[in-house]
Ligand binder design. Structure first.
Ligand code: URP
Ligand code: ZN
Ligand code: ZN
Ligand code: ZN
Length: 463
């Protein structure tokens, strides 16, 4: 078993920034020491002088191979986890999907099969419940026992994933009793569908109308309603892909009352806007996701929420569809554009760019991208930090390198980049997953099937 020593780097965790040597053995971090003070021997020595040594990223929201909008997300577990590793992410939490009329377990089995033996990095699952009923409610505690401790419900997408308020309340009651965490897609889908129909009837078919009908107020309304339902049920709540400043205000108000309510946003809401959705020649389709991109003015509230801890996590909601052949399904009808953006490879870099630009500190970068997602979803301290006993999921990050984000150079299986041409400062140099090299000075040396399923405990962010 390889013994690895990482020397001379600045080790950054959510808690500390210290210059330290890091010793790795049997796939785990075993010790940190002041630089050069220990006579440790190792099979492999990585010189991290002038570099950051950070925990591998934990992306708690991805959709590899998701069947959606009449097609499938274009990254498989193989291509998507490889791209994640290139971008410094060493754990993903993907969403298994319950098919309507089938059990949660059947959905989980299907997703386990897709991922098994195909991943370059470790993975876990949340469960999407598209059919809350007596039988699926009974399954929830069993799934929690097996390491699936969070359940996504949808107030959007009527007829697809949608749950009504009664179903949501009942699932929240079970979650409250059993330690499960409800993740909410908070948009009033019933009202949005009315606005979609009216827009199309007026001939408003371009991608930008996707952003106009999915109103910020309908995100805020659903967020408010989800919070009240969670209060009534006595359960914690995690709102996914928050994009509207009005929704951030709802979360902040709930948290000011001391409620266990949490929020996630994504890089696309921090760096992109309705200007992208309005790009001509159907290019705006590349930016169709839900919740939608918002006018630029919303970004300040998201950054502030990340600083004040009204938002705790940045995940990608990675759900790529190629422009050619997939996004194009919605030419002439924006409601038929498959919803989702690629980004699993870009998250750590974009958030480092946010450090460079002064939106967040270095430690906050690691907190929102590594430590808190691990705590929120019961993976800590195995994942999300660098400490004795933690999995040696470690990234050597060069904060001085610059790179231009582009589909020409990215590793995601999608024919465009949402950040095409954007220059960022900082780049992943070397990646270890449980002590094994996945990326070695920007040479990919990972292995299909190295990544294993990680069962999760319940939310560790509550107490
Ligand atoms: O547009 C998105 N977000 N696609 C993925 C599905 C979801 O709602 O998270
Ligand atoms: Zn420096
Ligand atoms: Zn969603
Ligand atoms: Zn999603």
């Amino acid at each position: 078993m390889t013994r690895t020593l990482i020397t001379g780097g600045l080790v950054i965790t959510a808690a500390d920034e210290v210059h330290a040597d890091v010793l790795i053995e049997h796939g785990r971090v075993v010790a940190l020491a002041a630089p050069g003070t220990q006579e440790w021997t190792a099979d492999r020595v990585i010189d991290a002088s002038q570099k950051y040594v950070i925990p591998g990223g934990v992306d708690a929201h991805t959709h590899m191979e998701l069947p959606f909008g009449g097609t499938f997300a274009s990254d498989t577990f193989e291509t998507g986890t490889r791209a994640a590793a290139w971008g410094g992410t060493t754990t993903i939490v993907d969403f298994a999907v319950q098919a309507k009329g089938h059990s949660l377990q059947a959905g989980l089995n299907a997703w386990m099969e897709k991922a098994d033996g195909n991943c370059a990095i470790d993975y876990a699952f949340h469960m999407i419940m598209s059919d809350v009923n007596e039988s699926t409610l009974k399954e929830m505690p069993k799934l929690i026992e097996h390491g699936i401790s969070s359940f996504k419900l949808f107030m959007a997408y009527p007829g697809v994933f949608f749950s009504d308020d009664g179903q949501i309340l009942r699932a929240m009651q079970v979650a409250g009793e059993t330690g499960g965490l409800i993740m909410m897609h908070a948009e009033n889908g019933i009202a949005i569908d009315v606005l979609v129909e009216q827009a199309l009837a007026r001939g408003e078919t371009d991608p930008r109308y996707h952003g106009e009908v999915r109103k910020a107020l309908l995100e805020a309304e659903a967020t408010h309603r989800a919070i009240q339902l969670a209060r009534v049920a006595g359960s914690p709540l995690y709102v996914v892909h928050v994009s509207a400043q009005e929704a951030v205000a709802e979360l902040a108000a709930a948290r000011d009352m001391g409620l266990p309510v949490f929020g996630e946003t994504c890089p696309q809401y921090l760096f992109l806007s309705t200007d992208n959705l309005a790009e001509p020649d159907f290019e705006g389709a590349k930016y169709v996701c839900s919740t939608p991109l918002r006018p630029k003015e919303h970004q300040a509230a998201l950054w502030r929420g990340l600083r004040t801890n009204d938002l705790q996590v940045v995940s990608t909601d990675h759900c790529p569809f190629c422009f050619v052949g997939q996004k194009e399904l919605g030419r002439g009808d924006f409601s038929k554009i498959p919803n989702g953006l690629p980004g699993v490879e870009n998250r750590m870099d974009l958030l480092h760019q946010a450090v460079v630009e002064g939106h967040i500190t270095r430690r906050r970068w690691i907190e929102i991208a590594c430590a808190t997602p691990a705590r929120m979803f019961g993976l800590y301290p195995q994942k999300g930090t660098i400490a004795p006993g933690a999995d040696a999921d470690v990234v050597i990050y060069d904060p001085h390198a610059t790179q231009v984000l582009s589909a020409e150079t990215h590793h995601m299986n999608v024919d465009y980049s949402a950040y095409e041409g954007k220059t960022v400062t900082g780049q992943v140099e070397t990646v270890l997953s449980r002590g094994e090299l996945v990326l070695d000075q920007r040479k990919y040396v990972g292995r299909v099937g190295h990544g294993t399923f990680v069962p999760r405990s319940t939310c560790q962010y509550l107490g």
